[in-house]
Design a protein around this ligand. Structure first.
Ligand SMILES: [Fe+2]
Ligand SMILES: [Fe+2]
Length: 330
């Protein structure tokens, strides 16, 4: 049983719940009366498609928090997660409004990438039955990669006052989400949680169902990553710096003292050791990169010893602030 991590206890959850209610905003606060930045036809088409896909990225983040509510076993955090579901629904609506804002020429009727729609449903199915720490790891990874990392490059790419206003408000909500993402990573390993929720006895049928749901999610995750995550996002991140930063933040989250010994994190560490191995590493990295359409160096350890030492001393809240400042410098 892991000892309670410092970070898990450094977050004032009652205060955070108050902030969830105080810091909310409404779609009616936004001003869509200004005309959008004029874009060439091909660029307008790409931007509207990207924002249409982003609606489902936000829905995916909402489904993560919805699925976690029944697992969390903490009444205040459950209420916080309920506010996050509302936040992500608002983000999805805001992205749709932004898509409509840029859709000046009405070139076609836009539909989300079909792999995203399938992935949203299948990830939620998997998270509902997954071990809590695996679910928390997936949620933190998904939030950093999909929900947070590209807000700033998108803002810079669009260079539009309405988009900037929307993305800043979305970003402000993400500081609360990430603080809880980091907190949850540690919470499921604490003695407090484990005493209240002892592991269920081994059940072959439940394990088989878990594996089926995992494979179903994974099978649609690959084409989604290839087409949307590594494909479309590459236009916003031409030297790949943002992607490497996202990978680094996820890797650093896994090194924190409160979660290091957890089974899913040990599995994650073993996979990372293969990626970093001088013999097997180059072959495995190239294989993954070819399937996903990504840069092979992305799968190596991205952080330095100094960066690892830096995040060890931070609370979940401080780590969220640190991550967001790196991704969205004002
Ligand atoms: Fe979001
Ligand atoms: Fe979020």
């Amino acid at each position: 049983m892991s000892p309670p991590g410092r970070a898990a206890h450094a977050l004032d959850l009652d205060r955070l719940l108050e902030r969830c209610h105080e810091h909310t905003w409404r779609l009616s606060d936004l001003d869509f009366s200004r005309p959008p930045q004029a874009l060439p036809e091909a660029q307008e088409d790409a931007v509207v498609q990207y924002l249409t896909d982003f609606v489902y990225i936000e829905r995916m983040a909402g489904s993560f928090f919805l699925a976690l509510q029944d697992k969390v076993g903490h009444p205040v955090v459950r209420q916080i997660l309920q506010t996050f579901v509302i936040d992500e629904t608002r983000h999805a609506h805001a992205m749709q409004l932004l898509a409509d804002h840029f859709d000046r020429r009405k070139l076609r009727i836009y539909a989300p990438n079909p792999w995203i729609v399938r992935l949203v449903q299948r990830l939620e199915e998997w998270i509902r039955v997954a071990p809590p720490d695996a679910a928390a790891t997936a949620v933190t990874t998904g939030e950093i990669c999909f929900d947070v990392a590209y807000l700033k490059p998108l803002d810079e790419h669009l260079a539009d006052p309405t988009a900037r206003e929307v993305l800043r408000l979305v970003h402000r909500d993400e500081s609360r989400h990430l603080a809880i993402d980091y907190w949850l990573l540690e919470w499921f390993g604490t003695a407090d949680y484990q005493e209240r929720h002892p592991p269920e006895p081994f059940d072959l049928r439940a394990e088989a169902e878990l594996m089926v749901r995992y494979v179903r999610a994974f099978s649609v995750g690959f084409p989604f990553m290839r087409q949307v995550f590594f494909g479309t996002n590459a236009r916003l991140d031409q030297n790949g710096a943002r992607l490497r930063d996202a990978a680094k933040r996820i890797q650093l989250a896994m090194t924190r003292p409160g979660i290091r010994g957890r089974p899913f994190v040990r599995f994650y560490g073993a996979v990372q050791a293969i990626f970093d191995s001088p013999v097997l590493g180059p072959v495995v990295r190239r294989g993954f990169a070819t399937v996903l359409g990504a840069d092979p160096t992305l799968f190596k350890t991205q952080y330095t010893d100094a960066e690892r030492a830096h995040v060890e001393g931070l609370s979940a809240h401080e780590l969220a602030v640190d991550t967001l400042a790196a991704f969205y410098p004002e």
